[in-house]
Design a protein around this ligand. Structure first.
Ligand SMILES: N=C(N)NC[C@@H](O)CC(=O)C(=O)O
Length: 373
C-alpha cells in the first residue's frame, strides 16, 4: 500500500528518502571509497586552495576543461564556447529558459531521468516523447521533427545505458539542421562507456546544426557533490545562453575546477579503467546475488553506466521498495523514468553501482530475501 509520502514522487524525491540511510543504492551520485590517488588529491586541497589565490580562474578553468575533454576523448570541443555551472541540472535550466523564448515544444528521449522533462515543463515547454529506437534508426519521426523547436537526447541514456552511435548522431544532426531544430545532448554518464566517446563535437560541428551539449563530472568521482556541469553550444545556436548563465552565476569555484583537473589527470592514467572494472564487478554481484530468484530479468544487459535495472516481473516495484525500506535498504523505483508512460516502469527497480562492493552485496541479499517471501 503506497503511503502518502510515496505518491507522485519524482525520482530525486525518492532519492532524498535514501540520502541519510544505512544502505543507499538509490541515487546515481558516486559514493564509493576514494582510491589512493584520489585520497592524495583530497589531501592536496589546502595547496589547491592556495593556488587559486595565485592563478587566474580562466587559466584553471581552461586547463580543467581540456583535461576532462581529453579523458572522454572529445578533441573537437569549442574551448571558447563553454559555460561552467554548479551542476548539469543548472545547465539544463539555462537551456530550458533560453529555448522557451523561441519554441514551446521539445522532443525528449523516453525513458530518461525525469528532472529533464520537469525542468522543461517548469519553463512552460510541452514535452513529446522520442523512443530509444532512434538510436538504431537515426531517423526522427517527421511528425515530431516538424512540431518541435528542440530535440533533447540523453546518451548514454539513464537508466538504460543505451548509447547514440556516431552514424545515428550524424543523421539526427542533419535532420535537425534541415528542420532548423536545436539538438541538445545530455552526456552525464559518458565517462563509463567508451562507445559514448567518439568525438561528438566534430560530428555536431560538421553537421552545421544548432546544437547544445551538457557535460557533467558529478557522476564520475565520489566528491560529496563537488562537481561541475558544462554547457557548450554551436556558434549558430541563436539562444542567449551566456546572458541567462550570467543571471544565474558569475563563476564556479576554481578550487573545484583544479580538483577536477587533478581527478581527470589521474583518471586518464588508469583511474577510469579501475572505475570501469569496479562498476562491472558490482554489476556481476547484482546478477550473482539475484541469480536464484525466479521471475526476475535485467532488461538492459549491455548497459555499462553506473546503474543496473532489475525487472521484477509481476511484482510491484513500489511494494518491494517499501519492504526494502523497512530494512533500511533503498533502491530507486523506475516509474518516473517513464515520464510519458509510468506503468512501463511499475515493475522495475534501479540499483546504483557507484558504491563499495560489500554494500551492493548487502543490498542485493536483502532484495533476494524480500523477493523470496
Ligand atoms: N537535479 C537532480 N534532480 N539531480 C539528481 C540527479 O543527478 C540524479 C541522477 O541523475 C541519477 O540518480 O541517475
Amino acid at each position: 500500500i503506497a503511503t502518502t509520502d510515496t505518491l507522485e514522487k519524482n525520482l530525486t524525491e525518492w532519492e532524498l528518502l535514501a540520502l541519510n540511510s544505512e544502505l543507499n543504492v538509490s541515487d546515481g551520485h558516486p559514493r564509493q571509497s576514494l582510491s589512493a590517488a584520489q585520497t592524495r588529491i583530497i589531501a592536496d586541497l589546502p595547496e589547491i586552495f592556495a593556488q587559486c589565490g595565485r592563478e587566474h580562474p580562466a587559466d584553471i578553468e581552461r586547463e580543467a576543461v581540456r583535461r576532462y575533454m581529453s579523458l572522454v576523448k572529445q578533441s573537437s570541443y569549442p574551448a571558447d564556447r563553454v559555460l561552467l555551472c554548479y551542476a548539469s541540472s543548472v545547465a539544463m535550466e539555462i537551456l530550458a529558459r533560453a529555448l522557451v523564448l523561441e519554441t514551446n515544444r521539445c522532443a525528449l528521449l523516453h525513458p530518461t531521468f525525469d528532472n529533464i522533462p520537469d525542468l522543461l515543463r517548469g519553463n512552460g515547454m510541452e514535452v513529446v516523447p522520442v523512443g530509444e529506437e532512434v538510436y538504431e534508426t537515426g531517423i526522427l519521426p517527421d511528425e515530431v521533427l516538424r512540431n518541435v523547436g528542440c530535440v533533447f537526447l540523453t546518451t548514454p541514456n539513464n537508466p538504460t545505458g543505451r548509447v547514440l552511435p556516431e552514424l545515428q548522431l550524424a543523421d539526427i544532426a542533419a535532420q535537425c539542421r534541415e528542420a532548423d531544430v536545436v539538438l541538445a545532448l545530455d552526456t552525464c554518464f559518458r565517462s563509463f562507456d567508451t562507445r559514448a566517446q567518439y568525438d561528438h563535437y566534430r560530428v555536431l560541428e560538421e553537421s552545421g546544426c544548432r546544437w547544445v551539449m551538457i557535460e557533467d563530472t558529478g557522476k564520475i568521482w565520489p566528491m560529496h557533490e563537488l562537481k561541475v556541469g558544462m554547457l557548450l553550444h554551436s556558434a549558430n545556436v541563436g539562444l542567449n545562453l551566456a546572458k541567462i548563465h550570467s543571471d544565474i552565476l558569475l563563476a564556479v569555484s576554481p578550487v573545484i575546477m583544479r580538483m577536477v583537473d587533478r581527478l581527470a589527470e589521474d583518471a586518464a592514467s588508469g583511474g577510469i579503467s579501475d572505475l570501469h572494472a569496479h562498476i562491472a564487478h558490482n554489476r556481476s554481484i547484482v546478477h550473482q546475488e539475484l541469480a536464484g530468484v525466479p521471475g526476475l530479468s535485467f532488461p538492459y544487459s549491455d548497459n555499462l553506466i553506473s546503474v543496473e535495472v532489475v525487472d521484477l516481473g509481476e511484482r510491484s516495484a513500489e511494494e518491494v521498495w517499501e519492504e526494502l525500506r523497512a530494512q533500511n535498504v533503498f533502491l530507486l523505483p523506475c516509474e518516473a523514468f517513464y515520464w510519458d508512460a509510468p506503468e512501463e516502469g511499475a515493475h522495475q527497480l534501479r540499483i546504483s553501482l557507484a558504491r563499495d562492493s560489500e554494500r551492493i552485496r548487502w543490498a542485493m541479499q536483502s532484495l533476494a530475501q524480500v523477493l523470496s517471501r
